[in-house]
Design a protein around this ligand. Structure first.
Ligand code: KMH
Ligand code: ZN
Length: 273
């Protein structure tokens, strides 16, 4: 089995300090959390950025500041900016970090309800437009799929040449409106991607560690972090994203799965620097 790639999604666009006071907002807080996660075993930082008051933004200069601050503390970690941003942002807003030429970025593969009146919109034309931008800049996409139909959408766009192989999927499971996070759901998702692709699993809320454990056993990879879950165990808030990463490392050790360094993750994902 390949080594385990751990991604830390340290702040997202929706979770707030009201829910967990340790959610990072400022450049300094984001860089500190990223460094702690890297030291704990994360090889990828999935990055959203905020203004100091917590407002989510896709502002290119804010991304630049956060990326530089993270690079100062951990020069080799893979930084994966979000092109999803926050619900309701325009395509051009969302695409801004791509112009900083990161080695990786997300590519959301369909529209999904996010609870209440929130809809995270990704029309087919949006997906194609974003895919072409990532191709233009040589950025490795992480294909964010919130449901099985989004895998099928990605495979169709692969056939049409918009998404290149080997594909790397992120199964985001347990979002209101997306696929649930039961064991049968992960098996269904993992069996639905081509054999030459790689995948990581993101369990939302209470699904985080059960799905992480399954991902470790099945030969997939794992994402944890405050974007997806704020608890280290039932009802107990995590002090840092790094605690969540450390827990994954402990589980992986129990099952004899070694942890990938950033360079090993690049090799596994086919990222050329
Ligand atoms: N915040 C969500 C609306 C991504 O990073 O690409 C979208 C999201 C997906 O988080
Ligand atoms: Zn995200």
């Amino acid at each position: 089995m390949e080594k385990l790639i751990i991604t830390a999604a340290i702040c997202g666009a929706e979770v707030t300090k009201k829910q967990n006071p340790n959610v990072p907002y400022t450049v300094e807080e984001i860089a500190r959390e990223a460094e702690k996660c890297y030291k704990a075993g994360a090889s990828i930082i999935h990055l959203h950025v905020r203004y100091d008051d917590g407002t989510p933004t896709q502002d290119k200069e804010r991304f630049r500041a956060c990326i530089e601050a993270i690079r100062e503390r951990c020069p080799n970690v893979i930084i994966q900016p979000s092109t999803g941003g926050g619900v309701g942002m325009t395509n051009e807003e969302r695409l801004q970090p791509v112009y900083l030429m990161p080695e990786m970025a997300t590519l959301d593969c369909g529209t999904v309800n996010f609870g209440g009146d929130d809809i995270f919109v990704n029309t087919e034309n949006t997906i194609i437009y974003f895919a072409e931008k990532l191709n233009e800049f040589g950025i490795k996409p992480e294909l964010e799929v919130f449901d099985k139909g989004m895998i099928d959408a990605a495979l169709r766009l692969n056939k049409k040449g918009y998404i290149k192989e080997p594909m790397h999927f992120n199964f985001v499971m347990g979002v209101n409106g997306g696929i649930s996070g039961e064991p049968r759901d992960l098996i269904f998702m993992a069996e639905s991607v081509p054999k030459n692709s790689t995948w990581t699993v993101t369990g939302i809320g209470r699904y985080q560690f059960p799905l992480a454990t399954m991902g470790i056993i099945m030969g997939g990879n794992v994402r944890v972090g405050f974007e997806d879950n704020i608890y280290i165990s039932k009802g107990v808030l995590a002090n840092s994203n790094a605690e969540l990463v450390e827990k994954v490392v402990r589980i992986a050790k129990e099952f004899g799965r070694d942890i990938a360094t950033p360079d090993e993750a690049r090799e596994i994902l086919g990222i050329k620097r």
